[in-house]
Write a protein that binds this ligand. Structure first.
Ligand SMILES: NC(=O)c1ccc[n+]([C@@H]2O[C@H](COP(=O)([O-])OP(=O)(O)OC[C@H]3O[C@@H](n4cnc5c(N)ncnc54)[C@H](OP(=O)(O)O)[C@@H]3O)[C@@H](O)[C@H]2O)c1
Length: 250
């Protein structure tokens, strides 16, 4: 089950999981995009359209997955929205919206699918978080809060469901060329080069860079890993790229 499978990281993950042999259930709001992705998949994909902003949406989607697909062994909680607001700009409506999609729906979908995963003998939940939750970025306090919450819930749910054979891990992408960045990449002069310079590997990531790690966490290759958070960011969050000239040392 992949949420936000209509484009970006979710689309790449759906394609990679299908390529690895999984039957993929794709979810999102935009039917033409979901149909476009499903049309390229080989293992009898299923589409379940859902808007995850409403109260109860995560629970309802879980129920539909159980009824329409018989449950899921792998859940990729990828659907999410960005929220660029300075503390001065931020409204309560903004906060409700970003937490509803990025946190509440993710948790309630996971909690809703858990019992059927347990019945099926275990599973793997992969949460798509962000390096924004690791670093304290400027002008994105609400978004960073949602992703910090995702990482904390990843650890807590991994503790709850480890005994049932459900592993829960999160991935923190860095700067990935998806629709989230489309407008800024088009309108902010020098943005592409300037941000690439801040990445130790000196390039933006793409959906496949993240999708390969999703497949790793979904598969038995990661069978002894749970409650873990990994940055897929070319080293951006944890390595220093600052070059300071120091006096010669003895
Ligand atoms: N791109 C980056 O640089 C980056 C960095 C760090 C973390 N991330 C995280 O990666 C995840 C995917 O982002 P992306 O870059 O691939 O973004 P994207 O291209 O904008 O895709 C977002 C996906 O989420 C779905 N979605 C958005 N609002 C939804 C709603 N109300 N209900 C249901 N589905 C909804 C969208 O589908 P519909 O529009 O069809 O509903 C779309 O498939 C997000 O959680 C994001 O925070 C991205």
């Amino acid at each position: 089950m992949v949420t936000g499978a209509s484009r970006g990281i979710g689309e790449a993950s759906a394609r990679a999981l299908d390529g690895a042999g999984a039957r993929v259930v794709l979810s999102g709001r935009t039917m033409p995009d979901l149909e476009r992705v499903a049309g390229d998949l080989s293992n009898d994909p299923l589409i379940i359209q859902a808007d995850l902003v409403e109260a109860g949406a995560g629970t309802r989607l879980a129920e539909r997955i159980v009824v329409e697909a018989g449950g899921a062994d792998i859940l990729v909680n990828n659907a999410g929205i960005p929220m660029r607001r300075t503390p001065e700009q931020l409204t309560e409506t903004d906060v409700d919206r970003v937490f509803a999609i990025n946190v509440r729906a993710l948790l309630m979908l996971s909690v809703g699918l858990g019992p059927s995963m347990i019945e099926r003998g275990g599973g793997s939940i992969v949460n798509i978080s962000s390096i924004a939750g690791l670093t304290g970025p400027l002008g994105r306090v609400a978004y960073a809060g949602t992703k910090g919450a995702v990482d904390a819930m990843t650890r807590a749910l991994a503790a709850d469901w480890g005994p049932h054979g459900i592993r829960v891990n999160s991935i923190c992408p860095g700067i990935i060329t998806t629709a989230i960045w489309e407008e800024s990449r088009r309108t902010v002069p020098g943005l592409i080069e300037e941000l690439a310079q801040q990445v130790p590997l000196k390039r933006w990531g793409d959906g496949d860079d993240v999708a390969d790690v999703v497949v790793f966490f979904a598969s038995d290759a990661s069978r002894y890993i749970t409650g873990e958070t990994i940055a897929v960011d070319g080293g951006m969050a944890r390595l220093s790229t600052a070059t300071v000239k120091l006096p010669e040392m003895e």
